[in-house]
Design a protein around this ligand. Structure first.
Ligand SMILES: [Zn+2]
Length: 417
């Protein structure tokens, strides 16, 4: 069989594997609150909270759709016209057109262009968040974060570009096989190692002082059978007024991280409720699930890209001779943007199911649905959340069940509350 036939077989196998894993491991059967229960829960939301959330969403809408649009149009322009290939060739000229220079420097220039066109929308969003009192960051801090984010992206980008085009250069028929394994490994690495490495770039962490709250959080973790090394407080208030917590690390490195904003704004019972939700993610191994599905998806994407390279007309449009050559990076990014348009909402669908399971876990672990509901209302009020967004935006962007669904979950099926 030719490499192309093998690639086709691999793609079908990965597709089946992804489907089976998603069907078997995502908690699809978790009950969803009925429309009637959601309507009842909506009545619990103070009118001012609901209208403020709607107003913020409306104000953010132009920047949300704007960044979605440029994130699609710019890669399409670079990939489905010869523009991308010309830029890479031009950037590679001073290096004698060496493939590695085209891959690294040309690739990073293309990525920097995508980062730059997204920047105005990010700034717009920051303006709106500041106007609503949701961001505590001045423009200096915001710019520093953008640069840090860009630098982290450039490092990852250089590793991916260098690795990928080395493979395509030395294994023109079989790079998809090595690339699929590499992409899967990278997803796993980014899921587990990256958070621990990158967290300190953006925040400072201090151990939570000894006291009843710390003891209670550790007791909950113990009841979940989870070893936790420490409870840390992140200085999130430097940039946001939003409340959050998370559990990161695995096994011996696992720690509970609580935003300082959460400790300041919420009573201890509600902090417990948030942490109980995060412990649910750790106990149900949701990071592992995300890494597994992401790894299979990434491997499939690499193989699909190789097969796309068999489409001569497409290569002609991009003005390239092979999908594996560095001047086809625009085409690869265009394909990724189109795939992301479909893959993003699917990822969000899985995420919402997993988040609903963590909510159920929190309700079970704390045994206190009233505190859980109070926390959801507080989060909605302080994070200025749209408690029940329009369905299309829910399907496109929502990674969590909306506030109304979460309140309805806390109330339980009608009649029982
Ligand atoms: Zn969660």
């Amino acid at each position: 069989m030719t490499p192309t036939r093998w690639a086709l077989v691999a793609l079908v196998a990965l597709g089946i594997l992804l489907t089976v894993a998603a069907i078997a491991l995502v908690p699809w059967r978790l009950p969803r609150p009925s429309r009637a229960d959601q309507a009842a829960a909506l009545a619990d939301v103070p009118a001012g909270v609901a209208s403020r959330g709607r107003a913020l969403r409306a104000a953010l809408r132009p920047s949300s759709y704007g960044s979605l649009l440029v994130g699609l149009v710019v890669p399409l322009l670079l990939g489905f016209t010869p523009a991308g290939a010309r830029i890479v060739a031009w950037v590679g000229q001073p290096f004698g057109g060496h493939w590695l220079a085209e891959a690294l420097v040309g690739g990073l220039v293309i990525l920097a262009m995508l980062w730059l066109v997204a920047l105005p929308f990010s700034a717009w969003r920051h303006t709106v968040l500041r106007d609503h009192g949701l961001s505590s960051q001045d423009w200096g801090g915001w710019a520093a974060d953008q640069l840090k984010g860009g630098a982290v992206g450039a490092v990852i980008g250089a590793v991916v570009l260098g690795g990928f085009y080395t493979l395509t250069h030395f294994a023109p028929g079989w790079w998809w096989a090595f690339g699929a394994v590499g992409a899967a490994a990278l997803v796993v690495l980014l899921s587990f190692v990256f958070p621990v490495l990158v967290e300190p770039v953006f925040n400072t962490f201090t151990p939570m002082p000894a006291g009843p709250l710390r003891d209670e959080l550790l007791t909950m973790a113990a009841r979940d059978g989870l070893a936790v090394r420490d409870v840390l407080v992140a200085d999130a208030s430097r940039r946001t007024t939003g409340l959050n917590a998370y559990v990161s690390g695995l096994g011996r490195t696992r720690r509970i991280v609580v935003y300082d904003t959460l400790l300041r704004e919420a009573p201890p019972g509600e902090v417990r409720s948030v942490v109980a939700h995060e412990l649910g993610h750790a106990k149900d191994r949701d990071t592992e699930l995300g890494a597994l599905l992401g790894a299979i998806g990434a491997a499939a994407a690499v193989v699909a890209l190789y097969l796309l390279g068999e489409w001569g007309a497409l290569l002609g449009r991009a003005g390239v001779s092979s999908i594996g050559s560095p001047n086809a990076i625009g085409l690869a990014l265009a394909a990724a943007a189109v795939a992301g348009l479909v893959g993003g909402p699917l990822q969000n669908l899985v995420s919402r199911r997993v988040e609903a399971r963590a909510d159920q876990h929190a309700l079970g672990l704390t045994g206190d649905s009233a505190v859980f509901a109070a926390m959801q209302l507080r989060l909605a009020e302080l994070n200025i959340t749209d408690v029940h967004p329009p369905r299309i935006e829910y399907l496109l962007f929502a990674t969590h069940p909306d506030t109304v669904e979460r309140l309805a979950t806390a109330r339980g099926p009608s009649g029982s509350s």
